[in-house]
Design a protein. Sequence first.
Length: 444
Amino acid sequence: MEQQSLFEISINEPLASRMRPTKLSEFVGQTHLIGENKILRRIIESDHVSSMIFWGPPGVGKTTLARIIASETKSEFITFSAVTSGIKEIKKVMEDAENNKKMGIKTIVFVDEIHRFNKAQQDAFLPFVEKGSIVLIGATTENPSFEINNALLSRCRVFVLKELSSEDILILLKRAIHDERGFRDEKIDISEEDLKIIADFANGDARVALTTFDMIITNAEVSDDGTLRVDQEIIEECLMKKPLLYDKNGEEHYNIISALHKSMRNSDPDAAVYWLARMLEAGEDPLYIARRIARFASEDIGLADTNALNVAINVYHACHFIGMPECNVHLAEAVIYMSLAPKSNACDVAYQLASSDARKMLAEPVPLVIRNAPTKLMKELNYGKGYQFAHDNKDKLTTMECLPPTLIGKSYYHPGTQGNEIRFKQRLEQIKAWKERHKNHSCE
């Protein structure tokens, strides 16, 4: 837990901390929320702040915005850490907040990474949020629908913060050069193009941008006149490998596997290979990807190309005994194959339709005609009576009904018109036509 005065700036602090905006007019980005006449700006300016959750990627200003809200609304500002704060600490601060309320002082409690608080810790805030003793502002990089207790989430408004654009970050870098909290007292020689390189490198994260810029200026060459000159060599040394936005256990994991799946479904091999590379380069388990491809082969291709599942299973085994990095080419082959294959979701649709009926009719008995009769008693009970053996018929077809009586006439599989399914569609139509012709006659 931390309780402090707002905006204490020290020259020994990292540049990202020194350059933290102190008022709404300095805040960069999130114009969909705090632009002129936008919802969050109106809430702040009217001083009608209620409990809220800021959901967004790292470095987009969640903490900064919470501090600005506290400053603009003249509130006591308290921060909590999920790592160091227990139930006891939470209750102590809540008592102080209730005393503040009696004296007309608002208390904003900011909980960074609120998704790391366990259920008991989250529940400890609940009664004080309900009573209005505190305004809770939680920040999370994870989807709050999955990570925050429903009771607490229902009492908070969720605002989605977007990653910053390169243009937003460029504004911050230029401000750092000219602001007294940054390098105003230094002579800095850096081109606009080099600033753009740093902005692009940051991948929407202002903290990464300012920390990187601080490192670059620290390592810049000092000219005879005291100018700090930044060249390409220094930038390349400080940037090194760009970090990839990917959390194998977080929401972005599911976002990117979804992007791969939808790219293959959209028959876009270039996008599919790109999203595959994003996962592999970030350290994803190749077997996880191979399993997802195997699912795709049946869900989105199915009988339109019966070889798709063979490819998927073969690639899974190749990944299993070869491993990374060599198996990357096998996975690339698979996603390109799946992207270019004819598409049909008829198998998936058939199962979903059948499962809906199955769940509603779990007690529906199996028709006697298709039950086995291994014992005398079962035969006496008419198990298997009237069963028609398809192989005994010259067309290998019978008119026997295999569905329960209440479902007779139901149709689940509706083949498409792509690839092999044209052939399966024709075959199904032939079968149905034969049964229609023979339904009133005994099989020969």
